[in-house]
Write a protein that binds this ligand. Structure first.
Ligand SMILES: *[C@@H]1O[C@H](CO)[C@@H](O)[C@H](O)[C@H]1NC(C)=O
Ligand SMILES: *[C@@H]1O[C@H](CO)[C@@H](O)[C@H](O)[C@H]1NC(C)=O
Ligand SMILES: *[C@@H]1O[C@H](CO)[C@@H](O)[C@H](O)[C@H]1NC(C)=O
Ligand SMILES: *[C@@H]1O[C@H](CO)[C@@H](O)[C@H](O)[C@H]1NC(C)=O
Ligand SMILES: *[C@@H]1O[C@H](CO)[C@@H](O)[C@H](O)[C@H]1NC(C)=O
Ligand SMILES: *[C@@H]1O[C@H](CO)[C@@H](O)[C@H](O)[C@H]1NC(C)=O
Ligand SMILES: *[C@@H]1O[C@H](CO)[C@@H](O)[C@H](O)[C@H]1NC(C)=O
Ligand SMILES: *[C@@H]1O[C@H](CO)[C@@H](O)[C@H](O)[C@H]1NC(C)=O
Ligand SMILES: *[C@@H]1O[C@H](CO)[C@@H](O)[C@H](O)[C@H]1NC(C)=O
Ligand SMILES: *[C@@H]1O[C@H](CO)[C@@H](O)[C@H](O)[C@H]1NC(C)=O
Ligand SMILES: *[C@@H]1O[C@H](CO)[C@@H](O)[C@H](O)[C@H]1NC(C)=O
Ligand SMILES: *[C@@H]1O[C@H](CO)[C@@H](O)[C@H](O)[C@H]1NC(C)=O
Ligand SMILES: [Cu+2]
Length: 804
């Protein structure tokens, strides 16, 4: 059958059902029931899904033979039972003196996190590449020890698992950190309850006459408060003091999460050193760029007749994300949508969290700090990357006010795992995508985010390849495979995508949406645009640090740079020297010179190669790291906020020798001690050779974000994005994308087609029922929580947390 037949069948089906939907909308209840059944079915299957193509009739879903990962997924996380038994065991260790989180106050010890300790690569390779047994399992536990004057967070290792009296022990976890203090780091947030009730709200109450006069509201802890108070992150940590700046924000007046758009422009400084709120000191007020050393000074000035009062930021439709304006031309008609007529052309082992698409395969892992990660990414059976995932996301603000100036969020503190919510089918991922649940264990509960990772194929809006000539045209479809999750960390939504292509390339992409954190507009035109009444779109850099542990044809790898350089060159065949260019090749020889900035004009190719295994032409086979989509590093130099807490953010690409003692470039509590963070990334660079060693490439994505009116109410994914591609370079002897059957060659002459070659690609002959394809959005759940101490898997409840 011809290709044009295939196209017309599919588009006919689409038109038919779309027209149906328009003419006679289904009653909601029936529609919902049908779609819910479909969703229940698709989230249940855990093996290869295929559709039988009945000729002309509806595509029928079938469940084929079991599909199993080749090895156990040793990165996938603790089982519910493991997490529960570790928790129970911890409560039996009297010396830890633990209190159940629900009962714990600011002066009790509690368990924050129980998760899998990712095994050492050295111990894993003999298992995944050979016949060795899987390495023993350990739990990584974070304790919040707050019974003393000097509260700490403590990373400990518990194991081996399963828990057994006598053999299971706990020990301080120190080997993955550059700071050698027994896995212990001070906790500057131990007194959050006291801070709120005994400090911030009391200060709010002390000036309620002024807040009421200025903004018609108060922040006192009363039920009718309309103001919130919060401020900088991380706290100032110098001169032997812990200092914070806070400011007032209007609460939104409805469900919209608009608070970060509603700053009010009054700031106060507190010395909050130590754990005794009675010893904390208010150190002054700032309003309209005038500093007042005491509350009395501020009040006196305020009530003076010459005091200048500035406007407030108040929620309105401008801050709400619902539809505005008249309906755009034809916009109410159903837009185009993608269908998967043959069902999924990939395999997912839901239990092992293992995926195969075309000749790619990988294991999925998920953790509290950074969410989704991929391990053992192979192409044609050969590992390309041992590990690929986010390490940390920094949002570094600036401003002439102390709160914006003092804000440098290190988001793994909040965690990407806890905020990786259920994806919205048909919006975050196509309706036909496959979903996976993710889980994490905090404060004696297991949280499961249903359908929080999705997998799908998509047809890019451009072909992979084409060529026309007078007698033929050849064209290959660009069908790619995406793994995606979204984490909403406070005001921001980060969409993380990993994409795989027929040509063997892999793309890492991040997009940002959600609410900006805006500044109060006063004297700060150098730090952002004026975007609403009293609002500045506060400038900030997003820098997202990733780890890519490449293994190109084994673990002995080298980073090669190939740069286009301009030259004046003489040639035997030319009577004048010629101004031209040539290639300059070099290696990143050691950690002495392995912090790299992308060269101007994109002239350098960065490539991980294996120099021991050249191709048949003597060129090194490798994968190139190609900044593809606006990557950045941090603008601020030697940040006063961060000091040594985010040294990974200073360059574009950083190469180190892989070490079991350097698995992470960042730690969620780095902001607790910025002068001596748990992981100081600079310390990874100790001059070691990088020639034919196991290399890790730490790379940054990000955006210089200067919000403008188009960021209201929310930043848009279209322009807030960043990405890199890893592309095979001299890796295969040819472009391998023409292995796909999804290509065509049309031979023609004198206006007549003599032959259409379709290479055995399947014809989509079944019809797609778009009504069934429409997901049931009433089945959206949020967060399913199960208490694990005492362990009760039969009593789940729903709870969706957000911060701010
Ligand atoms: C599918 O239907 C078409 C038209 O009804 C018919 O010509 C064709 O033979 C059928 N193919 C199969 C495999 O049944
Ligand atoms: C154990 O913790 C409690 C608070 O939960 C504290 O009062 C007590 O002093 C602690 N005991 C020891 C031995 O540290
Ligand atoms: C694994 O075991 C099989 C069978 O004993 C053996 O043939 C093979 O060489 C072993 N592979 C490795 C990598 O040790
Ligand atoms: C371990 O020993 C403690 C006290 O000796 C006991 O309470 C507990 O039940 C034992 N746990 C297991 C898993 O056997
Ligand atoms: C809140 O309620 C209290 C007591 O009813 C009242 O005195 C106060 O004015 C109210 N505050 C605001 C901001 O409405
Ligand atoms: C307001 O007037 C007072 C005297 O009443 C003076 O001390 C102060 O400097 C004036 N403030 C401003 C902002 O002009
Ligand atoms: C790659 O795909 C080919 C063709 O389907 C298949 O024969 C081969 O086993 C695949 N290789 C791997 C390693 O998956
Ligand atoms: C995801 O979690 C939900 C709720 O616990 C469960 O019903 C469903 O079976 C899970 N899906 C998979 C693929 O495990
Ligand atoms: C940052 O620190 C480095 C090393 O101390 C120094 O060379 C550089 O000038 C500093 N940059 C700024 C802007 O202070
Ligand atoms: C991982 O490797 C480090 C460094 O060799 C070692 O100290 C540590 O004990 C290993 N961890 C485990 C869980 O075996
Ligand atoms: C890195 O620099 C140090 C100090 O200059 C030097 O001792 C070391 O040999 C260098 N490393 C390599 C691999 O060249
Ligand atoms: C091309 O098709 C037209 C219309 O069917 C026909 O008249 C013409 O002869 C064909 N030319 C060739 C070269 O086959
Ligand atoms: Cu931003």
């Amino acid at each position: 059958m011809s290709v044009s037949r295939f196209l017309s069948l599919v588009s006919c089906g689409l038109l038919l059902f779309a027209a149906d939907g328009l003419a006679a909308p289904q009653p909601k209840a029936a529609w919902v029931r049908g779609a819910r059944q479909r969703l229940a079915k698709s989230s249940k299957w855990n093996s290869k899904r295929q559709y039988t193509q009945a000729n002309g009739s509806a595509c029928i879903e079938t469940e084929p033979a079991d599909f199993q990962a080749p090895k156990d997924n040793i990165w996938s996380g603790l089982t519910n039972w493991e997490a529960a038994s570790v928790t129970k065991w911890l409560f039996e260790q009297g010396e830890l003196n633990l209190t159940v989180s629900d009962d714990a106050g600011d002066w009790d010890n509690s368990i924050l996190l129980v998760e899998l300790m990712v095994p050492n690569k050295t111990d894993v390779l003999p298992y995944i590449d050979g016949n060795a047994t899987a390495p023993p399992r350990y739990a990584h536990v974070v304790l919040d020890l707050r019974t003393t004057e000097e509260p700490t967070y403590n990373d400990i290792l518990v194991g081996p698992l399963p828990v057994k009296n006598g053999t299971t022990t706990w020990q301080p976890l120190e080997y993955p950190y550059t700071r050698k203090t027994g896995g212990s780091i001070r906790n500057l947030d131990a007194d959050s309850t006291a801070l709120e009730t005994d400090w911030l709200l009391k200060i709010g109450a002390s000036i309620s006459d002024i807040t009421f006069d200025l903004w018609g509201g108060t922040a006192t802890g009363a039920d009718n408060d309309t103001l919130d108070i919060w401020g900088i992150d991380p706290l100032w940590q110098y001169d032997g003091k812990i200092t914070r700046w806070d400011t007032f924000w209007n609460y939104p007046t409805d469900d919209f999460d608009a608070e970060t758009l509603l700053p009010l422009g009054l700031f106060f400084k507190s010395d909050v050193t130590g754990r005794d709120p009675s010893k904390w000191k208010l150190e002054g007020w700032l309003y309209n760029d005038i500093f007042y050393p005491t509350t009395d000074a501020f009040r006196t000035a305020y009530w003076d007749s010459n005091f200048t009062k500035l406007g407030a930021n108040v929620e309105g439709d401008w801050a709400r994300s619902d539809k505005i304006g008249p309906v755009l031309p034809m916009d109410a008609a159903s837009p185009p949508q993608s269908v998967a007529p043959s069902g999924s052309r990939y395999s997912v082992d839901q239990k092992a969290k293992y995926v195969e698409w075309m000749n790619f395969s990988f294991y999925i892992s998920f953790n509290r700090d950074t969410g989704l990660r991929l391990f053992d990414i192979r192409h044609k059976g050969q590992r390309i990357l041992y590990e690929l995932g986010l390490e940390e996301a920094l949002a570094h603000y600036a401003g002439n006010d102390p709160v914006q100036s003092g804000t440098s969020y290190l988001d793994s503190y909040y965690g990407f795992g806890p905020y990786a919510f259920e994806l919205v089918p048909g919006y975050d991922c196509p309706a036909y995508a496959t979903y996976m649940n993710t889980s994490f264990y905090v404060s004696e509960t297991t949280h499961t985010h249903i359908n929080s990772v999705c997998f799908f194929e998509f047809d890019a809006d451009y072909p992979m390849q084409r060529h026309s000539q007078s007698t033929y045209v050849a064209n290959t479809k660009n069908i790619y495979f995406t793994v995606r999750s979204v984490s909403t960390v406070g005001n921001y939504d980060y969409m993380f995508s990993y994409e795989f292509y027929y040509d063997g390339s892999i793309r890492v992409e991040v997009r940002a949406s959600g609410y900006i954190q805006a500044a109060y507009y006063a004297h700060n035109h150098d730090y952002g645009y004026h975007i609403h009444d009293s609002l500045s779109g506060s400038m900030h850099d997003h820098v997202l640090g990733y780890k890519a542990d490449f293994d190109i044809l084994g673990t002995d790898n080298t980073m090669e740079l190939t740069t286009n350089i301009p030259v004046v060159q003489s040639y035997v065949w030319s009577d004048h020297p010629r101004n031209t260019m040539k290639l300059q090749r070099s290696f990143v020889e050691s950690e002495n010179n392995s912090k790299l900035l992308y060269t101007g004009n994109g002239r350098t190719q960065y490539r991980v190669v294996n120099t021991d295994k050249p191709n048949k032409y003597g060129e090194y086979r490798g994968y190139r790291i190609l900044p593809a989509d606006g990557t950045i590093h941090l603008t601020v130099e030697n940040s006063s906020n961060l000091v040594d807490a985010a040294n990974w953010a200073k360059y574009d690409l950083m190469v180190t020798k892989q070490k079991d003692t350097e698995p992470r470039s960042a730690h969620p509590y780095n902001g607790q001690d910025v002068y001596n963070p748990v992981i100081n990334f600079d310390k990874f660079f100790d001059g070691e050779s990088l020639m034919q060693e196991d290399l890790v490439v730490w790379f940054n994505l990000g955006m210089h974000h200067v919000p403008h009116t188009g960021d209201l109410p929310n930043t848009v994914f279209t322009t807030a994005h960043s990405g890199v591609q890893f592309m095979p370079l001299n890796y295969y002897d040819t472009d391998i994308s023409h292995e796909t059957v999804n290509m065509v060659r049309i031979n023609y002459n004198d206006g007549n087609v003599s032959n259409v070659k379709t290479f055995g690609q399947q014809q989509a002959v079944c019809s797609v029922d778009l009504a069934k394809q429409d997901p049931d959005l009433y089945s959206y759940k949020g967060d399913v929580v199960i208490r694990k101490f005492p362990y009760d898997p039969n009593d789940p409840y729903y709870e969706t947390d957000a911060i701010v």
